[in-house]
Design a protein around this ligand. Structure first.
Ligand SMILES: [Zn+2]
Length: 242
């Protein structure tokens, strides 16, 4: 990660975030999204799974609807009211042409200038292996940002949206190759409320009450290393120009 991150571009109106699981965006990204929606930008979420394999003590048929509801509540805390679920099975998402096509269609429906996704690299951080779902969804989303504009790669069927060539950037959250950042000063409470909305999930991970645990995690993630981004609390992204 470079010593100084550049500010994220702000000259856009619509963003679409595509991630694998409920909680992936709230894990460090919610403050940035809160700032964007407060500035009048539109942000929509597409979740590839319902995260139904995420709670050890709860069977998937119970966890799926619960985690979907928690994600909708988490999104509402940061001004996001469009939340879609593609319904893939949690833990076994397959990277490939079918996933690229599904995400390209979502991009064509929402027509974003900025696409947000998650770390698709092999390592989450040095020494920590990333999950197969994160790798599949992050990589397919970066690919789909370009696929969305090409009518011959995925020709639109009757009733499907037309190709969209308006994606200008893909911002990859939680990447070790971060190049840009958003100042999240003043967004701490919203970021905590958004993560704390995953109450059942947080309770499954820790004995600390969800609101307290969410506050600890948000403060930990809004890194304030003085060498980076002027010491301001921030959310960092690897930015790819499309
Ligand atoms: Zn995840």
């Amino acid at each position: 990660m470079p010593d100084t991150l550049l500010p994220m571009p702000e000259d856009w109106h619509r963003a679409l975030a595509v991630v694998a699981h409920p909680d992936d965006l709230e894990w460090g990204c919610a403050g940035a999204i809160a700032g964007w929606t407060a500035a009048g930008k539109e942000v929509a979420y597409v979740l590839v799974t319902r995260g139904e394999a995420g709670i050890d003590g709860m069977p998937p048929e119970q966890a799926g609807p619960l985690r979907e509801a928690e994600e909708r509540a988490a999104a509402a805390q940061v001004g996001v009211h469009s939340v879609e679920f593609l319904g893939h099975r949690d833990g076994v998402i397959e990277y490939g042409i079918a996933l690229r096509r599904e995400i390209a269609l979502a991009i064509r429906r929402h027509r974003p200038e900025l696409v947000i996704t998650q770390n698709h690299h092999d390592y989450w951080r040095p020494g920590t292996w990333n999950t197969p779902d994160h790798k599949a969804v992050g990589r397919a989303t970066v690919d789909a940002a370009a696929d969305a504009g090409n009518r011959w790669i995925f020709p639109p069927a009757d009733g499907e949206p037309e190709p969209w060539q308006g994606v200008r950037w893909v911002a990859i959250h939680a990447s070790q190759l971060a190049s840009h950042a958003v100042d999240v000063s003043g967004r701490r409470e919203q970021a905590i409320a958004s993560l704390a909305a995953h109450a059942a999930y947080l309770r499954a991970l820790s004995d600390t009450p969800p609101a307290q645990r969410a506050a600890e995690l948000v403060d930990d993630m809004a890194a304030t290393d003085p060498a980076v981004f002027g010491g301001r609390p921030h959310c960092a992204f690897e930015l790819i120009t499309v």
